[in-house]
Design a protein around this ligand. Structure first.
Ligand SMILES: Nc1nc2c(c(=O)[nH]1)N[C@H]1C(S)=C(S)[C@@H](COP(=O)(O)O)O[C@H]1N2
Ligand SMILES: [Mo]
Length: 212
């Protein structure tokens, strides 16, 4: 197994987010259909039950910015790059630099397009050999293993192209790139300094989750 990135600790596979989202579940997870829009000439919808992109599987770790890591998760799904390649001509994004990703619980994030086109960025529809359960972000979620977990939006229903970075639900605390290898946990302070600050939020999020 690969080494743990700086500042991370192995944890049990645990569901997590920002405190205000930890207790939420989408009332209706809905079908695996994505609305594609933003700064485009023509918006469209993609039904993932009908696409011809190759289904791929991968084992990867999930690194939450609060310093826990869930190891060796076996995802199945489509490469985001295949979706992008398919879409570019159809929606004609004007100056695509960033993707805004939206989840049905109201959570959203923003990933640079360059990062989103990496081999290991998936639209996951399966986990451990079964359809992705709603607790893990079903019916479809993003998986971006090289980035902190806040980029891996669960219950994904919309993908938008934008020319500029738009902060997600974590606001200014979300790093625009959020690369784990560079410990881009947040802005303004080095990642090392953010470790204990983020870690201190864990009990609160855990309590909210337990109650939900
Ligand atoms: N829709 C949605 N996606 C989300 C979140 C959320 O609260 N809502 N939390 C994010 C955070 S901070 C992390 S660490 C991962 C956790 O994924 P898991 O619940 O599968 O462990 O989901 C990310 N995606
Ligand atoms: Mo997280």
């Amino acid at each position: 197994m690969s080494a743990l990135p700086p500042g991370q600790r192995v944890a049990e596979w645990r569901p997590f987010g920002l405190p205000r989202f930890a207790g939420r579940r989408p009332a209706d997870p809905g079908p695996p259909v994505l609305a594609v829009g933003g700064e485009v000439r023509a918006a469209t919808r993609i039904d993932l039950r009908e696409v011809a992109y190759p289904l791929t599987s991968q084992r990867s770790d999930l690194h939450c910015v609060t310093t826990w890591t869930a190891r060796d998760l076996c995802w199945g799904g489509f490469r985001l790059r295949d979706l992008h390649d398919d879409l570019v001509a159809r929606v004609a994004p004007r100056d695509p630099q960033w993707l805004v990703l939206k989840g049905r619980d109201g959570f959203r994030s923003c990933l640079s397009l360059a990062d989103a086109l990496a081999d290991d960025v998936l639209l996951a529809v399966r986990l451990a050999g079964a359809p992705l359960p709603v607790e893990r972000g079903g019916p479809v979620r993003l998986v971006a293993p090289a980035h902190y977990g806040y980029k891996s939006v669960k219950h994904l229903y919309a993908v938008e192209y934008h020319s500029e970075y738009r902060p997600g639900s974590a606001g200014w605390t979300e790093h625009p790139r959020g690369r784990v290898a560079y410990e881009e946990r947040s802005r303004f302070l080095p990642g090392r300094v953010w470790r204990p600050i983020w870690r201190a939020t864990v009990p609160k999020v855990a309590a909210v989750w337990e109650r939900a």
